[in-house]
Design a protein around this ligand. Structure first.
Ligand code: GLV
Ligand code: MG
Length: 302
């Protein structure tokens, strides 16, 4: 399985020591992970290990074994069920000592914090700010649903008895903290791995809010994830057009205008900012433009 993961079209791979590993199998899993990180060819993928949460007795041994064994081949540690900034501070200091002792760049290993219960969500701002190592805030819907006593077993899905999206507040709260502190916001798993349409529907909601991506649990979910979090071709083309048009109209040749018409749409500095986001997502997804901006072709330039 660890070999197979090395060829997938995913931006990141995380190797699990937490919920996917039985308690008695944890020591062997640590060894397997160290071997997979040290000898595997992970290409440009971000290499992350999820350790056990800090209410268990396993976290310190997870971190020490993985970083001592393969710290030079590791990009991030994922800390699940984070409840406070203090827990992030513990990981930050532990990593610092390991990096110093092992001669690794201090601060080189990042932290991904999973928000999976009420305490984590209430403290999410402090958690996001707790260390410069925090790169990503992740919503853990399965544990979150359990911790809230939610009356559903389908992770992330809408509920027939609730007239809205039961996850909206949680997703938005995490997104606010992530954006405030310039972290990535990542949506968690969808467990019905054969239901790709269901995966798409849940992913589309967090993508629409601004989330940067979502976990996949199976290769069959990867294509859908890559499509959902990238802009549609039409939106990407439009974003690039807005950027070109705005640059032209604010230039001397374009009349140094702060606001101008692009077709039927008025564009200004705020339009440019929105277009920058969509264009950046499209470029990162490898989309190519299919249109070019030419001032003369644009009707009604205002
Ligand atoms: C992921 O860890 C989840 O609990 O959803
Ligand atoms: Mg979880």
């Amino acid at each position: 399985m660890l070999d197979k993961a090395q060829d997938l079209a995913a931006d990141q791979v995380f190797l699990d020591l937490e919920d996917a590993v039985a308690p008695s199998a944890k020591p062997a899993a640590r060894k397997n992970i160290v071997a997979a990180l040290s000898t595997g060819d992970w290409g440009p993928r971000i290499r992350t290990v999820r350790v056990n949460d800090l209410t268990t007795p396993w976290t310190y041994r997870d971190v020490i074994d993985v970083v001592e064994g393969a710290g030079a081949h590791l990009d991030c540690i994922m800390l699940p069920k984070v409840q406070s900034a203090t827990q992030v501070a513990w990981l930050d200091l532990t990593l610092r000592q390991l990096e110093q002792t092992l001669g690794l760049p201090v601060g080189g290993i990042g932290i991904e914090a999973q928000i999976e219960n009420a305490a984590g969500l209430v403290n999410v701002d402090a958690i996001a700010a707790a260390s410069p190592r925090v790169e990503t805030i992740i919503f853990g819907p399965a544990d979150f649903m359990a911790s809230l006593n939610m009356k559903s077993l389908v992770v992330g899905a809408l509920h027939p008895d609730y007239p809205g999206d039961p996850f909206h507040y949680i997703l938005m709260r995490i997104l606010m903290a992530a954006r405030m502190h310039d972290r990535q916001a990542i949506d968690g798993p969808y467990l019905q791995i054969r239901d790709v349409a269901g995966f798409r529907a849940v992913a589309a909601r967090s993508a629409a809010l601004g989330y940067d991506g979502k976990w996949v649990l199976h290769p069959g979910q990867i294509e859908a994830a890559n499509e959902v979090y990238a802009p549609a071709q039409e939106d990407y083309d439009r974003a690039e057009l807005i950027l070109d048009a705005y640059e032209y109209y604010t230039s001397e040749a374009g009349g140094q205008r702060g606001a101008a018409m692009l077709g039927d749409e008025m564009i200004d500095e705020a339009s440019r900012k929105m277009a920058l986001v969509v264009a950046a997502k499209g470029r990162a997804a490898g989309l190519a433009r299919t249109t070019r901006f030419t001032p003369d072709q644009v009707p009604d330039q205002g």
